[in-house]
Write a protein that binds this ligand. Structure first.
Ligand code: NDP
Length: 337
């Protein structure tokens, strides 16, 4: 059993020294336990936060502990009544080949799910985040303008597509022309702008002639700076993530912009609300699963994965995720189906 443990805490961008690959024997399940073999490991931006010991909504991964992560696995052997050999399960085994579980928090996906790995993306935590953040906090109405960055990732791509289903004018923001083309041609966004463009702020203004009613915040930084002056009165900002700053070691250069932000929120009566998906909306998971399952099966929501082969490549794939090198939901395929 190979497993990546956290070897040290990063300062700024994480690097190879922060992880260590260890190997030990595969454990045997006891009464009431299952042995799981990981097939897909999810890589998500929140993992950067778990590597740090700064206070957060969940305790950090401890040094020498296996790195955390959502997984889709197969049951190798079971002494648990709810799981049979060969079943697919959604769990939280982390960055390792095998895991022993007593069944807590495991979701049985059955013997033959259509797209097992999608439980880590559009049909799982990121899809749920997009759904609740947009519909409950964003409150989209037909004709409104919705802006979302990280537009081809699992959260942003789902936000924009739900926005289109609700009749919004949807403007995506992504890194590079290939991602932007995908957002428009495949996902059906009205526009998608490359945040690397020197005139990005001007392009955003042109793409939002009626201003912005909903800004689904995934990234912060210069995208937020460009959005701020375009926000309309009574705009809503679901504050989901700030990935552009996860590796930051100091405050950005330049004048303090908090007074400008506060004055804009006040004068335009803007509602900005942070949320942590499972803590805030765990009780509404069924509602999401029903509706999203239907949309996906009807082809109304498209989903793209960025698959890296091999557990040994998980750290590099994770570093790439924080730099926008993924094009679609980042997953690592660890073992054969
Ligand atoms: P993605 O797969 O979209 O990966 C992150 C993307 O962010 C990168 O691919 C990159 O896309 C973009 N990005 C990185 N750096 C910058 C930058 N400096 N400026 C602009 N964009 C940047 O991730 P997810 O869809 O999984 O997550 C999206 C956001 O949602 C994250 O902030 C995450 O933390 C948050 N989240 C929050 C949850 C909650 O409960 N609040 C739950 C789940 C996710 P590109 O190349 O297009 O710029």
């Amino acid at each position: 059993n190979r497993r990546w443990v956290l070897a040290s805490r990063p300062h700024g961008a994480p690097n190879a020294d922060n992880f260590r690959l260890e190997e030990d024997s595969i454990a045997t399940p006891g009464e009431g336990q299952v042995l799981l073999r990981t097939v897909y490991l999810s890589l998500d931006p929140y993992m950067r936060g778990r590597m740090s010991d700064a206070p957060s909504y969940t305790p950090p991964v401890q040094i020498n502990e296996v790195m955390c992560g959502g997984t889709v696995s197969r049951v190798v052997s079971s002494l648990h009544p709810d799981f049979a050999e060969g079943d697919w399960v959604l769990g939280y085994s982390g960055w390792q080949d095998y895991d022993i579980s007593g069944g807590e928090g495991l979701v049985n996906l059955g013997a033959n799910p259509q797209h097992p790995s999608w439980a880590l993306g559009v049909l799982g935590m990121p899809g749920f985040t997009a759904y609740m953040g947009l519909l409950d906090i964003g409150q989209p109405k037909a004709g409104e303008t919705l802006v979302v960055a990280a537009a081809t990732g699992p959260v942003g791509s789902t936000v924009g597509q739900i926005g289109k289903l609700k009749g919004c004018h949807v403007v995506g923001v992504a890194g590079g022309s290939e991602k932007c083309r995908h957002a428009v041609d495949v996902l059906g966004f009205d526009h998608c702008l490359d945040h690397h463009a020197p005139d990005f702020a001007q392009q955003l203004k042109t793409a939002c002639p009626q201003g912005i009613d909903i800004y689904f915040e995934n990234v912060g930084g210069k995208v937020f700076d460009a959005v701020l002056p375009l926000l309309n009165t009574a705009a809503r900002i679901p504050l989901c993530g700030l990935v552009s700053g996860y590796n930051a070691t100091e405050l950005p250069a330049g004048p303090d912009r908090i007074p400008l932000l506060m004055a804009t929120l006040l004068k335009k009566r803007i509602r900005l609300q942070g949320f942590i998906i499972n803590q805030d909306y765990g009780h509404r998971l069924n509602e999401f699963q029903q509706e999203m399952g239907q949309w996906v099966s009807e082809g109304k929501i498209h989903y793209r994965e960025h698959v890296t082969e091999g557990l040994e490549n998980a750290p590099d794939a994770f570093f790439g995720l924080l730099e926008g090198k993924n094009f679609g939901k980042a997953v690592v395929k660890i073992g054969a189906e």
